[in-house]
Design a protein around this ligand. Structure first.
Ligand SMILES: Cc1cc2nc3c(=O)[nH]c(=O)nc-3n(C[C@H](O)[C@H](O)[C@H](O)COP(=O)(O)OP(=O)(O)OC[C@H]3O[C@@H](n4cnc5c(N)ncnc54)[C@H](O)[C@@H]3O)c2cc1C
Length: 428
């Protein structure tokens, strides 16, 4: 590799024409996972990523046991061993505090990690490249045109301003929340369904090594109205903590909410032991959208599949999207492998069934939960009931982080039905 005059690493020149089995757009969790599993299965895979890694990505940086399962399956146990390990969740609301360890779930580790996306995404993408996948950084997919037996994709080399034409048998769209190519191929977000909005900043903190992540469930606006969402403090173990606020769009007047003000209020009210203040803040907070609850449709088309945030797959209960990115990338790789094996592109539609099997009933409950959360009184009842009993809160933690057995799904439905009944008796 050469070094350009302005000290930016100049990446190798790209061929103007290339054919491959699968092209993956995006090098975040969902794209890196899809390319990892495809290349591991022997398919000639090209991943294009418009940024140069390592790069910042606005995120809470929290990995649950569910994410770790996927990362360990991709051989990331050792590369991640330096990351900050945590053992569960400390939650605060209405003046009470509860600390819960991650539940014991067969096949899942009993800890999570907090690690910046700057580090995580670079490590995971490098691991994907080692499997034999070609990775083109600083290369943006600018157009995709599915044909009967291939997809034509135009990829712009952002360092040289040249365009390559790629012919791929199949395409995976892993572009993240603002899926431009996805929208051009008719991926549609259901506007009736809510989405999330979150903001986060880094702070230096004396509790950066805390072995629990923390959440505040009773966040309020300037009129003291309870908001559907939560504040978080995730310790990074390197002198910093990641602090943020996430909200869902079900509340009245949600467009008027100023997330920066909310974050400032949250940091002022956080326990002083975290040391959060304007002086301890590192850089400006940044925010982003969270497409959630399987809110997009047409995730399978002629010769393409959509994964991760581009497909609206974030868990609406807790805003977790990294695990669902890795998982959906892996499912998409499996569907494409079946299409290759059967020499039948129609087998791609099996991806819809896979998503339904893995997330269908859970996300149905989650969407009901989101609707209920729009009513501040139901929200108050749900949170305060949970805070009175560690047993109930531990069940809620299992539900919210999707670490449940089939029986727990029944309990989740019961809790939400009771809340729904209560809400009918409560004036808005
Ligand atoms: C404030 C905030 C906090 C969050 N906190 C957490 C958390 O703590 N834990 C958690 O699990 N989830 C969290 N999430 C959600 C999580 O960040 C996402 O769900 C996750 O990043 C989705 O991965 P992805 O690969 O689908 O998309 P992304 O991570 O967005 O990756 C998409 C990639 O595609 C690239 N790209 C886009 N378009 C093109 C193109 N045309 N050509 C080439 N490349 C392209 C982008 O540069 C990017 O690198 C949070 C989200 C926000 C906004």
């Amino acid at each position: 590799m050469e070094i350009a005059n302005n000290d930016v690493l100049l990446l190798p020149e790209r061929p103007t024409n290339l054919a491959c089995d699968v092209l993956v757009i995006g090098g975040g969790p969902s794209g890196a996972s899809a390319a990892f599993w495809l290349a591991s299965n022997g398919y000639d895979t090209l991943l294009v990523e418009k940024k140069t890694f390592p790069r910042e990505k606005t995120c809470g940086d929290g990995l649950t046991p569910r994410s770790l399962r996927q990362l360990f399956d991709m051989g990331m146990t050792e590369p991640l061993s330096f990351a900050h390990k945590y053992f569960g969740l400390r939650t605060r609301a209405f003046g009470k505090e509860l600390t819960m360890d991650w539940p014991k779930v067969p096949g899942l580790p009993e800890h999570g990690y907090v690690i910046t996306r700057y580090d995580l995404d670079e490590l995971v993408l490098a691991n994907t490249e080692k499997t034999g996948a070609k990775v083109w950084q600083a290369c943006e997919a600018i157009a995709a045109e599915p044909k009967e037996d291939h997809v034509k994709i135009l990829v712009k080399d952002k360092q040289r301003d040249t365009v390559s034409e790629i012919t791929a048998r199949y395409l995976i769209i892993a572009e993240g929340a603002n899926a431009r190519i996805g929208r051009s191929l008719q991926v549609k977000r259901n506007r009736q369904l809510p989405f999330g909005l979150a903001i986060r900043g880094y702070y230096s903190s004396p509790r950066s090594h805390d072995p629990y992540i923390e959440s505040q469930l009773d966040i309020r606006d300037e009129n003291n109205l309870l908001l559907p969402g939560y504040g978080w403090i995730f310790p990074l173990g390197d002198g910093r903590v990641n602090v943020g606020i996430g909200l869902v769009s079900t509340m009245a007047k949600w467009k008027e909410v100023n997330t920066t003000n909310l974050l400032n209020t949250f940091t002022r009210q956080a326990p002083s032991s975290w040391g959060l203040s304007p002086e301890s803040r590192i850089g400006e907070p940044t925010g982003g959208k969270l497409p959630m609850g399987m809110s997009s449709s047409h995730l399978v088309g002629q010769r393409y599949l959509v994964v991760g945030d581009a497909g609206g797959l974030i868990n609406p209960f807790n805003g977790e999207g990294i695990a669902y990115g890795y998982e959906s990338g892996r499912l998409a790789a499996a569907a494409i492998s079946e299409a290759f094996a059967g020499d039948n592109p129609a087998l791609l539609y099996g991806y819809n069934d896979m998503l339904d099997m893995h997330y269908g009933s859970y996300y149905k409950v989650a969407r009901l939960f989101l609707r209920l959360m729009g009513n501040p009184e139901v929200l108050r009842i749900l949170i305060s009931t949970g805070m009175y009993s560690k047993t109930v809160m531990t069940i809620l933690l299992k539900i919210m982080s999707n670490l449940m057995s089939e029986d727990d799904i029944g309990i989740a439905e019961t809790i939400l039905k009771v809340a729904a009944k209560l809400s009918k008796n409560i004036p808005e």
